[in-house]
Unconditional design. Sequence first.
Length: 368
Amino acid sequence: MSRDEFEIQYRELVENANSIILRMDMKGNVTYFNRFAQNFFGYRQEEILGKSVVGTIVALTDSSGRDLKAMIDDMALHPSSYVSNENENVLRNGSRVWIAWTNKSILDEDGRVREILCIGNDITRLKAAEEEAESANKAKSSFLANMSHELRTPLNAIIGFSELMKDDSVGPLNDKQKEYLDYVWESGKHLLSLINDILDLSKVEAGKMELELSEFGLKELLKKSLVFISEKAVKHGIILSADVKEGVGDIKADERKVKQVIFNLLSNAIKFTPDGGKIGISAGRTDKGEILVCVWDTGIGIEANDNHKIFSEFEQVDSEYSRKYAGTGLGMPLSKKFVELHGGKMWFESEGKGKGTRFYFTLPLNVG
């Protein structure tokens, strides 16, 4: 095949492609506009050639706020890389559409960027679906955040009256009645815990969760937190340990939320650590002066294909332990959001099945 024949076939391929294909010079002026682009935007090629894409078909900035000149300058500095962006575009009839672009530099014989090849696809429907889903999610979160009183009040009544009856405060009960009442009380407590987690998560997502800041001793809180699981640990032969450095002292944060984060981490550790294992808390200061806390265990570990589930809402690692013990899958994503509300970060490390897990989170010394 001769060079001329190859170029003819190449041009036919580009002209008949089902994607927008255009080229522009280093000033943003159109040098080529394929047939699909002409039909899509409503311009003939001779009407658009030599004109700037800005003011004709392309909005001034893309979805990240970068303008066209900045993108061209970036591509001139990095000619071997592909640059992707999304921006709002304008059709000839005034309609606005979103397009996902992939851009590649075209070099001259001296290796300098001569033109930029742009290939685009219409993602308007996808953008609309994303906005609709985001709007629906915000509405859901706002609704749940406002349902706090209506949901918690009757449950607290059920739990409170159950406790009174369990204590024989309203008269004696027989053994069978006490057994059934225990089920009512335990179910009410479990449901209230689930509702509290859902409402807290929804408040965070709706932007209605506020931090109640105070100064407290983190070192004492961390060491006392092990008391939460000490009874279960003794029962299952699990060794507990704490290693809190001297630099960990008073911090300004939301004590209740920090306590809940630690409680969730320790609850998971005791839940997924077999008899005879070890669980511990360690804490120190980072180079940036932040507090770094680690809750570790020698439990079942996390397999690589389950990593994405850890901080996903209502997701649980599928194992004999997660099936054996009740759980909502909200503890870890809620803990991560609480940490991020403080301006910190949360992550985990695990070498795989049976190798244990280490959960880390950071907190600034003074929040707010």
